[in-house]
Design a protein. Sequence first.
Length: 575
Amino acid sequence: MAHSNSHQPSITKAPQSSSVSPLHHSGSTTMNIPLLSVIIARQFKGCRMTDCFENIDAIPMHVEYEQIDLMELVDNQRITANLELNIDTKSDLGQFMTPKGVAKILAKLCCNLNDEVNILDAGAGVASLTSSVIEEAITNDQFEPIRININCWEIDPIMFGHQEANIALVNQYCDAHGIELSSNLVNSDFIQQAVTWLKTNETNPPLFTTAILNPPYLKIKKNSQESKLLESVGINTTNLYSGFVSLALKLLEPQGELIAITPRSFCNGPYFSEFRRLLLDGNNLTHISVFESRKRAFKEDKVLQENVIFRIVKAENQGDVVISSYQDQDDMNPQERLTPFDNVVFPSDKNNFIHITTNDEQADIATRIALMPCSLSDLNIQASTGKVVDFRTPDNLRDMPGADTVPLIFPMHFNGYDINWPKVRSVITDTNKKKLKPNALALNDKTRSLVIPNGYYVLTKRLTSKEEKRRVVAAVYSPIAEVGVVGFDNKTNYFHANGEPLEETLAYGLWCYLNTNIFDNYFRQFNGHTQVNATDLRFIRYPDSDMLQNMGLEVIGCIERNENIEFDQILDLYI
Protein backbone atom coordinates (compact mmCIF):
# COMPACT_ATOMS: atom_id res chain seq x y z
CA MET A 1 0.00 0.00 0.00
CA ALA A 2 1.05 3.58 -0.42
CA HIS A 3 2.38 5.13 2.78
CA SER A 4 0.94 8.23 4.35
CA ASN A 5 0.32 10.34 7.43
CA SER A 6 -0.41 13.74 8.94
CA HIS A 7 1.66 16.05 11.10
CA GLN A 8 -0.73 16.48 14.03
CA PRO A 9 0.74 16.10 17.53
CA SER A 10 -2.04 13.77 18.67
CA ILE A 11 -4.87 11.65 17.33
CA THR A 12 -7.96 13.56 16.30
CA LYS A 13 -11.02 11.86 17.74
CA ALA A 14 -13.66 13.94 15.94
CA PRO A 15 -16.07 12.02 13.71
CA GLN A 16 -15.25 12.01 10.01
CA SER A 17 -17.35 14.62 8.25
CA SER A 18 -18.75 14.31 4.75
CA SER A 19 -20.33 17.13 2.80
CA VAL A 20 -23.99 16.50 1.99
CA SER A 21 -25.26 17.45 -1.43
CA PRO A 22 -28.98 17.54 -2.34
CA LEU A 23 -29.02 14.88 -5.05
CA HIS A 24 -32.63 13.85 -5.72
CA HIS A 25 -33.32 10.89 -7.95
CA SER A 26 -36.69 9.33 -8.85
CA GLY A 27 -38.28 10.61 -5.67
CA SER A 28 -35.60 9.06 -3.48
CA THR A 29 -34.14 10.50 -0.31
CA THR A 30 -31.19 12.88 -0.24
CA MET A 31 -27.86 11.08 -0.22
CA ASN A 32 -24.33 12.39 0.41
CA ILE A 33 -21.74 12.19 -2.34
CA PRO A 34 -19.25 9.78 -0.67
CA LEU A 35 -22.03 7.32 0.09
CA LEU A 36 -23.47 7.69 -3.40
CA SER A 37 -20.09 6.74 -4.86
CA VAL A 38 -20.13 3.53 -2.81
CA ILE A 39 -23.52 2.58 -4.17
CA ILE A 40 -22.38 3.38 -7.70
CA ALA A 41 -19.33 1.17 -7.21
CA ARG A 42 -21.59 -1.65 -5.99
CA GLN A 43 -23.92 -1.35 -8.96
CA PHE A 44 -21.21 -0.97 -11.61
CA LYS A 45 -18.38 -3.06 -10.21
CA GLY A 46 -15.07 -2.49 -11.97
CA CYS A 47 -16.30 0.50 -14.02
CA ARG A 48 -14.76 3.96 -13.97
CA MET A 49 -16.79 6.59 -12.12
CA THR A 50 -17.43 8.65 -15.28
CA ASP A 51 -18.98 5.62 -16.94
CA CYS A 52 -21.10 4.89 -13.87
CA PHE A 53 -22.74 8.33 -13.80
CA GLU A 54 -23.92 7.88 -17.38
CA ASN A 55 -26.12 5.05 -16.08
CA ILE A 56 -27.27 6.74 -12.88
CA ASP A 57 -30.94 5.94 -13.52
CA ALA A 58 -30.17 2.27 -12.79
CA ILE A 59 -28.90 2.98 -9.26
CA PRO A 60 -31.09 1.82 -6.36
CA MET A 61 -30.98 4.58 -3.73
CA HIS A 62 -32.36 2.84 -0.65
CA VAL A 63 -29.91 1.03 1.62
CA GLU A 64 -30.63 -1.16 4.66
CA TYR A 65 -27.34 -0.72 6.48
CA GLU A 66 -27.85 -3.59 8.90
CA GLN A 67 -28.24 -6.06 6.04
CA ILE A 68 -25.61 -4.92 3.55
CA ASP A 69 -22.53 -6.96 2.71
CA LEU A 70 -20.09 -4.33 3.92
CA MET A 71 -16.96 -5.91 2.48
CA GLU A 72 -18.51 -6.44 -0.94
CA LEU A 73 -19.17 -2.71 -1.22
CA VAL A 74 -15.73 -1.84 0.13
CA ASP A 75 -14.11 -4.24 -2.33
CA ASN A 76 -15.96 -2.64 -5.22
CA GLN A 77 -14.28 0.63 -4.28
CA ARG A 78 -10.90 -1.15 -4.35
CA ILE A 79 -11.56 -2.51 -7.84
CA THR A 80 -12.67 0.89 -9.09
CA ALA A 81 -9.65 2.63 -7.52
CA ASN A 82 -7.33 0.06 -9.11
CA LEU A 83 -8.59 1.09 -12.55
CA GLU A 84 -7.87 4.73 -11.81
CA LEU A 85 -4.31 4.27 -10.56
CA ASN A 86 -1.34 4.81 -12.84
CA ILE A 87 0.50 1.51 -13.28
CA ASP A 88 3.91 3.18 -12.92
CA THR A 89 2.79 5.02 -9.77
CA LYS A 90 1.58 1.76 -8.23
CA SER A 91 5.00 0.26 -8.74
CA ASP A 92 6.82 3.35 -7.44
CA LEU A 93 4.75 3.42 -4.25
CA GLY A 94 4.56 -0.35 -3.76
CA GLN A 95 0.75 -0.22 -3.91
CA PHE A 96 -0.96 -3.61 -3.71
CA MET A 97 -4.46 -3.20 -2.34
CA THR A 98 -5.96 -5.88 -0.14
CA PRO A 99 -8.68 -8.02 -1.76
CA LYS A 100 -11.80 -8.80 0.26
CA GLY A 101 -10.87 -12.42 0.98
CA VAL A 102 -7.40 -11.53 2.25
CA ALA A 103 -8.81 -8.70 4.38
CA LYS A 104 -11.22 -11.12 6.04
CA ILE A 105 -8.42 -13.57 6.81
CA LEU A 106 -6.51 -10.83 8.63
CA ALA A 107 -9.58 -9.53 10.46
CA LYS A 108 -10.48 -12.98 11.78
CA LEU A 109 -7.15 -13.08 13.60
CA CYS A 110 -8.25 -10.15 15.78
CA CYS A 111 -8.85 -11.10 19.42
CA ASN A 112 -9.02 -7.66 21.02
CA LEU A 113 -12.18 -5.93 19.75
CA ASN A 114 -14.13 -5.29 22.96
CA ASP A 115 -15.10 -2.02 24.66
CA GLU A 116 -13.17 0.89 23.10
CA VAL A 117 -11.16 -0.16 20.05
CA ASN A 118 -8.40 2.07 18.65
CA ILE A 119 -7.37 0.93 15.17
CA LEU A 120 -4.19 1.92 13.33
CA ASP A 121 -4.12 1.26 9.57
CA ALA A 122 -1.03 2.71 7.87
CA GLY A 123 -0.91 2.61 4.09
CA ALA A 124 -4.64 1.98 4.30
CA GLY A 125 -5.53 2.34 0.64
CA VAL A 126 -9.34 2.33 0.39
CA ALA A 127 -9.57 1.11 4.04
CA SER A 128 -10.30 -2.53 3.19
CA LEU A 129 -8.54 -3.83 6.30
CA THR A 130 -10.11 -1.31 8.68
CA SER A 131 -13.56 -2.04 7.24
CA SER A 132 -13.02 -5.77 7.61
CA VAL A 133 -11.97 -5.38 11.27
CA ILE A 134 -15.10 -3.34 11.98
CA GLU A 135 -17.29 -5.92 10.27
CA GLU A 136 -15.62 -8.63 12.37
CA ALA A 137 -16.10 -6.63 15.58
CA ILE A 138 -19.81 -6.17 14.89
CA THR A 139 -20.77 -9.57 13.43
CA ASN A 140 -18.67 -11.84 15.66
CA ASP A 141 -20.65 -12.65 18.82
CA GLN A 142 -17.49 -12.94 20.94
CA PHE A 143 -16.89 -9.18 20.66
CA GLU A 144 -18.83 -6.33 22.27
CA PRO A 145 -17.36 -3.05 21.05
CA ILE A 146 -18.81 0.14 22.46
CA ARG A 147 -16.78 2.70 20.55
CA ILE A 148 -14.40 2.29 17.59
CA ASN A 149 -11.77 4.89 16.74
CA ILE A 150 -10.17 4.42 13.34
CA ASN A 151 -6.93 6.06 12.21
CA CYS A 152 -6.03 5.56 8.54
CA TRP A 153 -3.08 6.96 6.60
CA GLU A 154 -2.94 7.00 2.82
CA ILE A 155 -0.65 9.18 0.72
CA ASP A 156 -2.23 8.57 -2.68
CA PRO A 157 -5.04 11.08 -3.39
CA ILE A 158 -7.00 8.69 -5.63
CA MET A 159 -7.12 5.95 -3.03
CA PHE A 160 -7.73 8.46 -0.27
CA GLY A 161 -10.86 9.63 -2.06
CA HIS A 162 -12.17 6.08 -2.23
CA GLN A 163 -11.16 5.59 1.40
CA GLU A 164 -13.37 8.53 2.43
CA ALA A 165 -16.29 7.04 0.51
CA ASN A 166 -15.81 3.67 2.21
CA ILE A 167 -15.54 5.17 5.69
CA ALA A 168 -18.76 7.12 5.06
CA LEU A 169 -20.42 3.77 4.45
CA VAL A 170 -18.70 2.21 7.49
CA ASN A 171 -20.01 5.08 9.61
CA GLN A 172 -23.59 4.34 8.54
CA TYR A 173 -23.01 0.62 9.11
CA CYS A 174 -21.80 1.23 12.68
CA ASP A 175 -24.66 3.63 13.37
CA ALA A 176 -27.17 1.02 12.25
CA HIS A 177 -25.64 -1.43 14.74
CA GLY A 178 -25.51 1.06 17.62
CA ILE A 179 -21.72 1.41 17.62
CA GLU A 180 -20.15 4.82 18.06
CA LEU A 181 -17.49 5.49 15.42
CA SER A 182 -14.88 8.22 15.18
CA SER A 183 -12.45 8.49 12.30
CA ASN A 184 -9.15 10.20 11.62
CA LEU A 185 -8.36 9.89 7.90
CA VAL A 186 -5.00 11.33 6.95
CA ASN A 187 -3.73 12.00 3.43
CA SER A 188 -0.02 12.36 4.15
CA ASP A 189 3.10 10.50 5.27
CA PHE A 190 2.75 7.90 8.03
CA ILE A 191 6.47 7.63 8.73
CA GLN A 192 6.80 11.36 9.35
CA GLN A 193 3.79 11.37 11.69
CA ALA A 194 4.77 8.26 13.64
CA VAL A 195 8.36 9.43 14.13
CA THR A 196 7.12 12.83 15.31
CA TRP A 197 4.87 11.13 17.87
CA LEU A 198 7.61 8.84 19.12
CA LYS A 199 10.19 11.62 19.45
CA THR A 200 7.97 14.29 20.99
CA ASN A 201 5.99 11.95 23.27
CA GLU A 202 8.64 9.42 24.29
CA THR A 203 7.04 8.74 27.65
CA ASN A 204 3.43 8.98 26.50
CA PRO A 205 2.98 8.34 22.75
CA PRO A 206 -0.47 7.72 21.23
CA LEU A 207 -1.33 4.07 21.83
CA PHE A 208 -3.51 1.80 19.75
CA THR A 209 -5.23 -1.47 20.64
CA THR A 210 -5.13 -2.94 17.13
CA ALA A 211 -2.79 -2.37 14.21
CA ILE A 212 -3.88 -3.89 10.89
CA LEU A 213 -1.46 -3.45 8.01
CA ASN A 214 -0.79 -4.16 4.36
CA PRO A 215 2.18 -1.80 4.10
CA PRO A 216 3.97 -0.70 0.91
CA TYR A 217 6.46 -3.18 -0.53
CA LEU A 218 9.35 -0.96 -1.55
CA LYS A 219 13.06 -0.80 -0.82
CA ILE A 220 14.40 2.18 1.14
CA LYS A 221 17.48 3.94 -0.15
CA LYS A 222 20.19 4.27 2.48
CA ASN A 223 20.35 8.07 2.58
CA SER A 224 16.68 8.71 1.88
CA GLN A 225 14.45 10.81 4.13
CA GLU A 226 12.54 7.67 5.15
CA SER A 227 15.74 5.92 6.18
CA LYS A 228 16.90 8.89 8.26
CA LEU A 229 13.53 9.23 9.99
CA LEU A 230 13.39 5.55 10.87
CA GLU A 231 16.97 5.50 12.15
CA SER A 232 16.15 8.48 14.40
CA VAL A 233 13.81 6.21 16.41
CA GLY A 234 16.08 3.17 16.39
CA ILE A 235 14.68 1.36 13.34
CA ASN A 236 17.28 0.09 10.87
CA THR A 237 15.67 -1.56 7.87
CA THR A 238 15.86 -1.74 4.10
CA ASN A 239 12.19 -1.87 3.12
CA LEU A 240 9.13 0.29 3.74
CA TYR A 241 7.03 -2.67 4.84
CA SER A 242 9.30 -3.51 7.76
CA GLY A 243 9.54 0.20 8.61
CA PHE A 244 5.76 0.55 8.76
CA VAL A 245 5.34 -2.59 10.88
CA SER A 246 8.11 -1.51 13.26
CA LEU A 247 6.51 1.90 13.81
CA ALA A 248 3.06 0.39 14.30
CA LEU A 249 4.43 -2.02 16.90
CA LYS A 250 6.04 0.84 18.81
CA LEU A 251 2.68 2.68 18.82
CA LEU A 252 0.70 -0.27 20.21
CA GLU A 253 -0.32 -0.35 23.85
CA PRO A 254 0.88 -3.31 25.96
CA GLN A 255 -1.15 -6.41 24.98
CA GLY A 256 -2.18 -4.61 21.82
CA GLU A 257 -2.29 -6.79 18.70
CA LEU A 258 -0.61 -6.29 15.35
CA ILE A 259 -1.83 -8.21 12.29
CA ALA A 260 -0.05 -7.69 8.98
CA ILE A 261 0.42 -9.15 5.53
CA THR A 262 3.90 -8.59 4.14
CA PRO A 263 6.44 -10.26 1.88
CA ARG A 264 7.91 -13.36 3.47
CA SER A 265 11.45 -12.13 2.86
CA PHE A 266 11.93 -10.94 6.46
CA CYS A 267 11.88 -14.53 7.75
CA ASN A 268 15.55 -15.03 6.90
CA GLY A 269 18.68 -13.23 5.79
CA PRO A 270 20.92 -10.57 7.33
CA TYR A 271 19.01 -7.53 6.03
CA PHE A 272 16.03 -8.17 8.29
CA SER A 273 17.85 -9.38 11.41
CA GLU A 274 17.07 -6.17 13.35
CA PHE A 275 13.44 -6.33 12.23
CA ARG A 276 13.08 -9.93 13.45
CA ARG A 277 14.63 -8.95 16.77
CA LEU A 278 12.14 -6.09 17.16
CA LEU A 279 9.21 -8.34 16.35
CA LEU A 280 10.17 -11.22 18.60
CA ASP A 281 11.88 -9.70 21.64
CA GLY A 282 9.37 -9.49 24.48
CA ASN A 283 6.35 -10.09 22.22
CA ASN A 284 4.14 -13.08 21.44
CA LEU A 285 4.07 -14.34 17.85
CA THR A 286 0.72 -16.15 17.94
CA HIS A 287 -0.16 -16.82 14.30
CA ILE A 288 1.53 -17.28 10.94
CA SER A 289 -0.48 -17.84 7.76
CA VAL A 290 0.80 -18.53 4.25
CA PHE A 291 -0.70 -19.18 0.83
CA GLU A 292 0.16 -22.34 -1.11
CA SER A 293 0.91 -20.28 -4.21
CA ARG A 294 2.72 -16.96 -4.23
CA LYS A 295 0.24 -15.78 -6.90
CA ARG A 296 -2.85 -16.27 -4.76
CA ALA A 297 -2.86 -13.33 -2.33
CA PHE A 298 -2.65 -10.45 -4.82
CA LYS A 299 -3.39 -12.24 -8.08
CA GLU A 300 -5.10 -9.19 -9.63
CA ASP A 301 -1.89 -7.18 -9.23
CA LYS A 302 0.27 -10.11 -10.43
CA VAL A 303 2.42 -10.07 -7.30
CA LEU A 304 4.72 -13.10 -7.53
CA GLN A 305 6.63 -12.86 -4.26
CA GLU A 306 5.49 -15.00 -1.37
CA ASN A 307 3.42 -13.32 1.31
CA VAL A 308 2.92 -14.12 4.96
CA ILE A 309 0.26 -13.04 7.42
CA PHE A 310 1.27 -12.81 11.08
CA ARG A 311 -0.19 -11.73 14.39
CA ILE A 312 1.89 -10.40 17.30
CA VAL A 313 0.74 -9.38 20.77
CA LYS A 314 2.95 -6.70 22.27
CA ALA A 315 4.60 -7.26 25.67
CA GLU A 316 3.11 -10.73 26.17
CA ASN A 317 4.94 -13.95 27.01
CA GLN A 318 5.63 -16.17 24.02
CA GLY A 319 3.40 -19.23 23.65
CA ASP A 320 2.81 -21.84 20.99
CA VAL A 321 2.28 -20.67 17.40
CA VAL A 322 -0.65 -21.46 15.10
CA ILE A 323 0.55 -21.99 11.52
CA SER A 324 -2.09 -21.92 8.79
CA SER A 325 -1.84 -22.70 5.10
CA TYR A 326 -4.47 -21.36 2.68
CA GLN A 327 -5.05 -22.60 -0.86
CA ASP A 328 -6.23 -19.12 -1.82
CA GLN A 329 -7.95 -16.07 -0.32
CA ASP A 330 -11.36 -17.76 -0.41
CA ASP A 331 -10.24 -20.90 1.45
CA MET A 332 -12.58 -21.30 4.44
CA ASN A 333 -10.85 -24.42 5.80
CA PRO A 334 -7.10 -23.78 5.94
CA GLN A 335 -4.69 -26.45 7.07
CA GLU A 336 -3.63 -25.58 10.62
CA ARG A 337 -1.16 -26.90 13.13
CA LEU A 338 -0.11 -25.77 16.61
CA THR A 339 3.63 -25.90 17.15
CA PRO A 340 6.03 -24.87 19.93
CA PHE A 341 7.77 -21.56 19.30
CA ASP A 342 11.14 -23.33 19.50
CA ASN A 343 10.20 -25.13 16.26
CA VAL A 344 9.57 -21.78 14.58
CA VAL A 345 12.68 -19.96 15.83
CA PHE A 346 15.39 -22.34 16.97
CA PRO A 347 16.75 -21.43 20.45
CA SER A 348 20.33 -21.84 19.24
CA ASP A 349 19.85 -19.57 16.24
CA LYS A 350 21.25 -16.11 16.95
CA ASN A 351 19.87 -14.89 13.61
CA ASN A 352 16.26 -15.65 14.62
CA PHE A 353 15.33 -17.21 11.27
CA ILE A 354 11.60 -17.97 11.17
CA HIS A 355 10.69 -21.48 9.97
CA ILE A 356 7.17 -22.02 8.67
CA THR A 357 6.19 -25.67 8.76
CA THR A 358 2.59 -26.09 7.67
CA ASN A 359 2.27 -29.85 8.19
CA ASP A 360 3.82 -32.77 10.05
CA GLU A 361 5.89 -33.81 7.04
CA GLN A 362 7.57 -30.41 6.95
CA ALA A 363 8.11 -30.56 10.70
CA ASP A 364 9.83 -33.94 10.29
CA ILE A 365 12.06 -32.47 7.58
CA ALA A 366 13.03 -29.58 9.86
CA THR A 367 13.87 -32.00 12.67
CA ARG A 368 15.91 -34.20 10.38
CA ILE A 369 17.98 -31.29 9.05
CA ALA A 370 18.44 -29.88 12.56
CA LEU A 371 19.96 -33.21 13.64
CA MET A 372 22.64 -33.14 10.94
CA PRO A 373 25.98 -33.18 12.77
CA CYS A 374 27.92 -30.33 11.14
CA SER A 375 27.87 -26.70 10.17
CA LEU A 376 29.87 -25.62 7.13
CA SER A 377 32.56 -24.20 9.42
CA ASP A 378 32.85 -27.61 11.12
CA LEU A 379 33.64 -29.02 7.66
CA ASN A 380 36.14 -26.21 6.91
CA ILE A 381 33.92 -25.26 3.98
CA GLN A 382 32.66 -21.79 3.15
CA ALA A 383 29.85 -20.55 0.92
CA SER A 384 30.51 -17.30 -0.93
CA THR A 385 28.97 -15.24 -3.71
CA GLY A 386 30.77 -15.21 -7.05
CA LYS A 387 33.23 -12.33 -7.38
CA VAL A 388 32.68 -11.25 -10.99
CA VAL A 389 30.10 -8.51 -11.54
CA ASP A 390 29.91 -8.40 -15.32
CA PHE A 391 28.74 -4.80 -15.76
CA ARG A 392 31.64 -3.53 -13.63
CA THR A 393 34.29 -5.04 -15.88
CA PRO A 394 32.80 -4.96 -19.41
CA ASP A 395 36.16 -4.44 -21.14
CA ASN A 396 37.40 -7.79 -19.79
CA LEU A 397 34.48 -9.95 -20.92
CA ARG A 398 35.00 -12.28 -23.87
CA ASP A 399 32.34 -14.09 -25.89
CA MET A 400 34.50 -17.22 -26.23
CA PRO A 401 37.70 -18.47 -24.56
CA GLY A 402 41.00 -17.52 -26.13
CA ALA A 403 44.52 -16.55 -25.32
CA ASP A 404 44.96 -15.02 -21.85
CA THR A 405 41.37 -15.81 -20.79
CA VAL A 406 39.88 -18.06 -18.13
CA PRO A 407 36.42 -19.69 -17.86
CA LEU A 408 33.70 -17.39 -16.56
CA ILE A 409 30.73 -19.34 -15.21
CA PHE A 410 27.22 -17.87 -15.22
CA PRO A 411 23.88 -19.48 -14.27
CA MET A 412 23.32 -20.02 -18.02
CA HIS A 413 26.07 -22.66 -17.88
CA PHE A 414 24.08 -24.82 -15.45
CA ASN A 415 22.86 -27.83 -17.39
CA GLY A 416 20.65 -29.90 -15.16
CA TYR A 417 23.06 -30.81 -12.41
CA ASP A 418 26.38 -30.10 -14.14
CA ILE A 419 28.17 -27.30 -16.03
CA ASN A 420 27.95 -26.93 -19.81
CA TRP A 421 30.78 -24.63 -20.90
CA PRO A 422 31.31 -22.86 -23.20
CA LYS A 423 27.90 -21.91 -24.60
CA VAL A 424 28.31 -21.29 -28.31
CA ARG A 425 26.63 -18.12 -29.55
CA SER A 426 26.25 -19.35 -33.13
CA VAL A 427 23.40 -21.66 -32.16
CA ILE A 428 21.45 -18.81 -30.60
CA THR A 429 18.99 -16.86 -32.71
CA ASP A 430 19.49 -13.14 -33.21
CA THR A 431 16.49 -12.45 -30.97
CA ASN A 432 18.03 -14.29 -28.02
CA LYS A 433 21.62 -13.29 -28.71
CA LYS A 434 21.51 -10.36 -26.30
CA LYS A 435 20.53 -12.63 -23.44
CA LEU A 436 23.57 -14.89 -23.76
CA LYS A 437 26.37 -14.04 -21.35
CA PRO A 438 30.09 -14.18 -22.19
CA ASN A 439 32.03 -17.39 -21.63
CA ALA A 440 35.40 -16.03 -20.63
CA LEU A 441 37.20 -13.37 -18.63
CA ALA A 442 40.46 -11.75 -19.71
CA LEU A 443 43.13 -12.45 -17.12
CA ASN A 444 45.12 -9.33 -16.27
CA ASP A 445 46.02 -7.10 -13.36
CA LYS A 446 42.47 -5.73 -13.15
CA THR A 447 40.83 -9.15 -12.91
CA ARG A 448 43.24 -11.25 -10.83
CA SER A 449 41.34 -10.39 -7.64
CA LEU A 450 38.12 -11.73 -9.23
CA VAL A 451 39.32 -15.29 -9.87
CA ILE A 452 40.05 -18.33 -7.70
CA PRO A 453 42.21 -21.45 -8.19
CA ASN A 454 40.83 -23.85 -10.80
CA GLY A 455 39.47 -27.10 -9.35
CA TYR A 456 36.34 -28.72 -7.97
CA TYR A 457 33.64 -26.44 -6.55
CA VAL A 458 29.93 -26.80 -5.89
CA LEU A 459 27.85 -23.94 -7.35
CA THR A 460 24.27 -22.86 -6.74
CA LYS A 461 22.16 -20.33 -8.58
CA ARG A 462 21.45 -17.22 -6.51
CA LEU A 463 18.18 -16.61 -8.34
CA THR A 464 15.74 -19.20 -9.57
CA SER A 465 12.91 -18.46 -11.96
CA LYS A 466 9.30 -19.06 -10.95
CA GLU A 467 9.15 -21.89 -13.49
CA GLU A 468 11.87 -23.93 -11.76
CA LYS A 469 10.55 -26.60 -9.44
CA ARG A 470 13.51 -26.35 -7.09
CA ARG A 471 14.57 -23.37 -5.02
CA VAL A 472 18.14 -24.65 -4.64
CA VAL A 473 19.73 -25.53 -7.99
CA ALA A 474 23.26 -26.91 -7.60
CA ALA A 475 25.97 -28.10 -9.99
CA VAL A 476 29.54 -29.37 -9.70
CA TYR A 477 32.20 -27.32 -11.42
CA SER A 478 35.16 -29.50 -12.38
CA PRO A 479 38.39 -28.13 -13.90
CA ILE A 480 37.09 -27.79 -17.47
CA ALA A 481 40.06 -25.98 -19.02
CA GLU A 482 43.84 -26.15 -18.76
CA VAL A 483 44.11 -22.93 -16.78
CA GLY A 484 45.21 -22.06 -13.28
CA VAL A 485 42.20 -20.00 -12.22
CA VAL A 486 38.46 -19.59 -12.90
CA GLY A 487 35.85 -16.86 -12.43
CA PHE A 488 32.32 -17.22 -11.04
CA ASP A 489 29.63 -14.63 -11.75
CA ASN A 490 28.02 -12.96 -8.74
CA LYS A 491 24.64 -14.51 -9.60
CA THR A 492 26.11 -17.78 -8.37
CA ASN A 493 27.22 -19.00 -4.96
CA TYR A 494 30.20 -21.33 -4.65
CA PHE A 495 31.33 -23.73 -1.90
CA HIS A 496 35.07 -23.78 -1.31
CA ALA A 497 37.71 -24.76 1.25
CA ASN A 498 39.05 -21.44 2.55
CA GLY A 499 39.37 -20.10 -0.99
CA GLU A 500 40.77 -23.34 -2.39
CA PRO A 501 39.03 -26.09 -4.41
CA LEU A 502 37.19 -28.94 -2.70
CA GLU A 503 38.37 -32.53 -2.79
CA GLU A 504 36.51 -34.30 -5.66
CA THR A 505 34.52 -36.88 -3.71
CA LEU A 506 33.64 -34.31 -1.03
CA ALA A 507 32.37 -31.97 -3.77
CA TYR A 508 30.13 -34.64 -5.27
CA GLY A 509 28.83 -35.64 -1.83
CA LEU A 510 27.98 -32.02 -1.00
CA TRP A 511 26.37 -31.63 -4.42
CA CYS A 512 24.26 -34.71 -3.75
CA TYR A 513 23.06 -33.32 -0.41
CA LEU A 514 22.13 -29.94 -1.91
CA ASN A 515 20.08 -31.67 -4.60
CA THR A 516 17.98 -33.76 -2.24
CA ASN A 517 14.31 -32.98 -1.89
CA ILE A 518 14.69 -32.79 1.88
CA PHE A 519 17.25 -29.98 1.55
CA ASP A 520 15.14 -28.02 -0.91
CA ASN A 521 11.96 -28.44 1.14
CA TYR A 522 13.74 -27.34 4.28
CA PHE A 523 15.22 -24.30 2.57
CA ARG A 524 11.73 -23.16 1.55
CA GLN A 525 10.57 -23.23 5.18
CA PHE A 526 12.52 -20.09 6.04
CA ASN A 527 13.32 -18.63 2.61
CA GLY A 528 10.33 -16.68 1.28
CA HIS A 529 11.66 -15.51 -2.07
CA THR A 530 13.47 -16.86 -5.12
CA GLN A 531 16.91 -15.68 -4.01
CA VAL A 532 19.39 -18.14 -2.51
CA ASN A 533 21.90 -16.22 -0.41
CA ALA A 534 25.25 -17.54 0.72
CA THR A 535 24.24 -16.51 4.25
CA ASP A 536 21.27 -18.87 4.12
CA LEU A 537 23.46 -21.73 2.92
CA ARG A 538 25.87 -21.14 5.82
CA PHE A 539 23.01 -21.35 8.31
CA ILE A 540 21.92 -24.91 7.42
CA ARG A 541 23.26 -28.10 9.03
CA TYR A 542 25.16 -30.67 6.93
CA PRO A 543 26.31 -34.32 7.12
CA ASP A 544 29.82 -34.86 8.43
CA SER A 545 32.86 -35.26 6.16
CA ASP A 546 32.79 -39.09 6.16
CA MET A 547 29.11 -39.12 5.19
CA LEU A 548 29.70 -36.64 2.38
CA GLN A 549 32.71 -38.60 1.13
CA ASN A 550 30.68 -41.82 1.00
CA MET A 551 27.80 -40.05 -0.75
CA GLY A 552 30.31 -38.65 -3.24
CA LEU A 553 31.65 -42.10 -4.03
CA GLU A 554 28.10 -43.33 -4.69
CA VAL A 555 27.46 -40.40 -7.04
CA ILE A 556 30.72 -40.87 -8.95
CA GLY A 557 29.88 -44.57 -9.34
CA CYS A 558 26.46 -43.69 -10.79
CA ILE A 559 28.09 -41.27 -13.23
CA GLU A 560 30.65 -43.84 -14.35
CA ARG A 561 27.91 -46.48 -14.85
CA ASN A 562 25.68 -43.89 -16.59
CA GLU A 563 22.93 -44.52 -14.02
CA ASN A 564 20.31 -42.12 -12.74
CA ILE A 565 21.37 -40.43 -9.52
CA GLU A 566 18.74 -40.83 -6.78
CA PHE A 567 19.89 -38.13 -4.39
CA ASP A 568 17.48 -38.81 -1.53
CA GLN A 569 18.13 -42.55 -1.67
CA ILE A 570 21.88 -41.97 -1.47
CA LEU A 571 21.37 -39.66 1.52
CA ASP A 572 19.27 -42.32 3.24
CA LEU A 573 22.13 -44.82 2.91
CA TYR A 574 24.40 -42.79 5.15
CA ILE A 575 22.15 -40.72 7.41
